[in-house]
Design a protein around this ligand. Structure first.
Ligand code: UD1
Length: 432
């Protein structure tokens, strides 16, 4: 397993480019299963989760060509398997996104219950209940979810409300309902930019979706979908992570190819905490750390509120802020796995239920730490960047799941970070 070695204390300065959004590319790849025609996706990030999703599509029988590293041409005209096997699903929860397209186009799908980040139980009951609302029969056999369309072979549009906001649940149903007979109305839908991006792709493929990005999405089902070409939106969580990196090191970064409108809540919170954030234009942010950070409470909530995927990174920032604040996690249970490692580095954090009380500023010191999930790993990198001395982060395969070339990008703006490779053939790296 690769490790990162970070020598902290360097203010980051310069320009950094944002990659395509992992959480948008994943459902967009899955959407290609809805048509026998070719779907071309640009700006797909070169990260481990996308390699896993590509492998899943190929296992199902789709052809995936990559004429360029970040362009995927997917043709699903010979799909003969309708099953996402445990070996793939256990490494990545988003494989469950194959369920909606397979069920809608082929009338059947079998997907193992997902694994993924170790951040709570993360059920998929809401996806399954929604498929049942569209007329599917869903059963659970030996750890696999088996879903079947009604006898006609086609799902039937319906109106229903998610009892809890779910991002991939909304995406799965949007894809399935696109090929259903009649109209579907989803209430209490997730409003994340990735939902809008997927809807934009589906509409290019011939779907009739209105309201994506609002809590009510209306989908008029069509009989078939066709090919399309689409560019994935920038990754807002990568953007936010680099904004914190600039702030926490007292540096100055120009963050290019991003979409500031997608991270309004994060930008507002950083400003409240004393970080200077300027939107230079629609795709460029300028972030400067002043060294005078202020403790400010935050609560994670569905979009457009503060994202859970930025909670760990914001918490590290708060270890460097003057005063005490509370970080409240409302989306996932067990999403404070980074806290123990941050305390080992000198942070003053106390957990009480879903609240973490952070008192700062505390000078962090380098330590040997272990990455536990994707965003927790990002927080440890940030901690290492502002710590005294050397930080060695183990199990960075978690970070490889979602951050493209993070070592190369950080080095290009002055960070002293190295990837220490283990000689395993499976190592994925876009670093070199
Ligand atoms: C997506 C993102 C992930 C982000 C999360 C919340 C992708 C690939 N991943 O994950 O990065 O952290 O949104 O913004 O886009 N829940 C249920 N039953 C379900 C589905 C969800 O109880 O069937 C619960 C979850 O346990 C969680 C909450 O609903 O407590 C929200 O989860 P959800 O929005 O579904 O997260 P994901 O789509 O898995």
């Amino acid at each position: 397993m690769d490790k990162f070695l970070i020598r902290g204390g360097q203010p980051l300065r310069g320009r950094i480019e944002i990659s395509g959004a992992k959480n948008s590319a994943l459902p967009c790849l899955a959407a290609a299963l809805l048509t026998p025609e070719t779907v071309i996706l640009h700006n797909v990030p070169y990260v481990k989760d996308l390699i896993t999703q590509r492998r899943l599509l190929e296992d199902l029988g789709a052809t995936v060509l990559t004429p360029e590293l970040r362009t995927h041409k997917i043709t699903a005209n010979h799909v003969e398997v309708f099953e996402a096997p445990y070996e793939l699903v256990k490494t990545m929860r988003a494989s469950v996104l194959a369920l909606g397209p397979l069920l809608a186009r082929f009338g059947q799908a079998k997907v193992s219950l997902p694994g993924g980040c170790a951040i709570g139980t993360r059920p998929i009951d809401l996806h399954l209940k929604a498929f049942e609302q569209l007329g599917a029969t869903v059963s659970l056999e030996s750890g696999d979810v088996i879903a079947r369309a009604p006898a006609s072979g086609r799902l039937i549009g319906n109106e229903f409300e998610f009892e809890k906001v779910t991002v991939t649940g909304t995406e799965n149903v949007m894809m399935a309902a696109s090929l259903a007979k009649g109209k579907t109305v989803i209430r209490n839908a997730a409003m994340e930019p990735e939902i809008e991006d997927l809807a934009a792709l589906l509409n290019k493929m011939g779907a009739r979706i209105k309201g994506a990005g609002t809590p009510v999405i209306e989908i008029d089902g069509v009989e078939q979908l066709g090919g399309a070409e689409h560019t994935i939106i920038p990754d807002r969580i990568e953007t936010g992570t680099f904004a914190v990196a600039a702030a926490i090191t007292g540096g100055e970064l120009e963050i290019k190819n991003c979409n500031p409108a997608h991270l309004t809540a994060v930008i507002e919170k950083l400003r409240e905490a004393g970080v200077i954030v300027d939107e230079l234009n629609q795709s460029t942010l300028h972030v400067r750390g002043t060294g005078d950070l202020l403790a400010r409470d935050v609560t994670t909530e569905p979009h457009p509120k503060f994202p859970t995927d930025m909670q760990a990174q914001y918490m590290v920032l708060m270890t460097q802020a003057q005063g005490t604040c509370t970080v409240t996690e409302t989306i996932f249970e067990n999403r404070f796995m980074h806290v123990g490692e941050l305390i080992r580095m000198g942070a003053d954090i106390h957990i009480s239920g879903n609240h973490a009380v952070v008192t700062g500023p505390r000078q962090l010191t380098g330590a040997k730490v272990i990455a536990s999930d994707l965003r927790a790993s990002a927080s440890l990198v940030l901690a290492g960047l502002c710590a005294n001395g050397e930080t060695l982060i183990d199990r960075v395969y978690h970070i490889d799941r979602g951050y493209e070339a993070i070592v190369r990008k950080l080095r290009s703006v002055g960070a002293m970070i190295d990837r220490i490779k283990e000689n395993l053939p499976e190592t994925v790296s876009a670093e070199s």
